[in-house]
Design a protein around this ligand. Structure first.
Ligand SMILES: NC(=O)c1ccc[n+]([C@@H]2O[C@H](COP(=O)([O-])OP(=O)(O)OC[C@H]3O[C@@H](n4cnc5c(N)ncnc54)[C@H](O)[C@@H]3O)[C@@H](O)[C@H]2O)c1
Length: 334
């Protein structure tokens, strides 16, 4: 669903630019092989001038050859009665294989963006299984959460979306995520001063952002695909275009050497900026008040538990013991 929106955005130049030819290699599974052929037919019939090549396959070692960007969206949905720990294992297996394949055949500076859930831990599994690729090049998508947070603040303030800046999502792409209204700004003014309603920010804004996907499913009977594809495009443009002065974008990346004292070896969403060269730096100096520190710690603890659960998929893990009892998957996001 997500990929089917995204490939047409890429082919039409909305993602990598109107003067950037693209070659798409589409990876499917045994089950989706013929569906993939259908997508390719639609791409052909769209006559996109920038689209120079479409390759299809189900072997990641062939499909990922020389990839500059790997957008890892494919995942299995949660089946009836399946616990979160089962999903961590099921989809973790996919990302172990894809990490190993990328390690063998992708471009040495390939950028990986993991969307399939649970995306933070899937990205960790991918990067730990790709020792020859830069760890910092692995991202998990929290941009949809950022976009949802910007939308809610703009609606509350009665301003247009673009007036909201410095909007960071911290942590895991789950209900423990932390939409940071402390550092966000509206028309350059701290959002808390602008909105002047801490009760709303803590008790309504935060859960509204985290539960937005579930509400959408109830209304429409399917999960967010178009807005997710848009947020993937936003994420890529944030890395390929310079970040505006005083602004940031959210991305879940490896915490090694992070300036916020977070445990190392996790894929955790933090505020970043880029010169537009595909790379990024974590922005230091965000103000962390007690509320943020407590929330960020809860998301960190959750990611530590997830890492323990997938120890059997991490080549250098010392722990492989699953202590997850709570279900913090975003509602409806498998
Ligand atoms: N991070 C986010 O913000 C975010 C937001 C929305 C959805 N998601 C997640 O994105 C994923 C995809 O969502 P969707 O709505 O497109 O789901 P979907 O079920 O429509 O598509 C998933 C596709 O993955 C394919 N697939 C399964 N195993 C594969 C494998 N080993 N290799 C390649 N392809 C494989 C399936 O055949 C299917 O076509 C889900 O895990 C969903 O939870 C993440």
């Amino acid at each position: 669903m997500i990929s089917n929106h995204l490939v047409f955005m890429i082919a039409s130049g909305d993602v990598f630019g109107k003067d950037q030819p693209v070659s798409l290699s589409l990876l499917g599974s045994e089950r989706s092989r013929t569906a993939l052929e259908g997508v390719a037919m639609e791409l052909e019939d769209s006559l996109c001038p920038l689209l120079r090549e479409v390759r299809l396959g189900i072997d990641p070692r062939k499909v990922f050859r020389d990839a500059d960007w790997a957008l890892l969206i494919g995942a299995k949905p949660r089946g009836p009665g399946m616990e979160r720990r089962d999903l961590l294992d099921l989809n973790g297996q996919i990302y172990k294989e894809q990490g190993q394949a990328l390690n063998e055949v992708a471009s040495r500076n390939c950028k990986m963006l993991v969307v399939g859930n649970p995306c933070n831990t899937n990205a960790l599994i991918g990067l730990e299984n790709a020792p020859d690729l830069p760890r910092r090049n692995w991202h998990a998508l929290t941009r949809l959460d950022e976009n949802r947070a910007k939308c809610q603040l703009a609606l509350k303030a009665g301003k247009f979306y673009t007036s909201v800046t410095n909007m960071c999502i911290w942590g895991n792409h789950s209900t423990t995520q932390v939409p940071d209204f402390v550092n966000a700004k509206i028309e350059g003014v701290p959002a808390r001063e602008y909105i002047h309603d801490d009760k709303w920010l803590k008790e309504e804004f935060t859960p509204t952002v985290a539960n937005r996907g579930g509400v959408l499913i109830k209304k429409w009977g399917r999960s967010s695909a178009a807005s997710t594809a848009v947020s993937i495009a936003d994420h890529i443009r944030s890395l390929t275009q310079p970040t505006k002065e005083g602004d940031c974008f959210s991305t879940a990346v490896i915490t090694d050497g992070n300036p916020y004292g977070l445990a190392e070896g996790l894929v955790y969403s933090m505020p970043a900026r880029s010169k537009g060269d595909g790379d990024y730096e974590i922005i230091p100096g965000f103000h962390m008040n007690d509320w943020l520190i407590e929330k960020c710690k809860a998301s960190e603890d959750e990611l530590l538990k997830e890492r323990d659960c997938v120890g059997h998929l991490l080549p250098n893990a010392t722990v492989a013991q699953c202590m997850i009892t709570e279900d913090t998957m975003l509602p409806g996001e498998n």
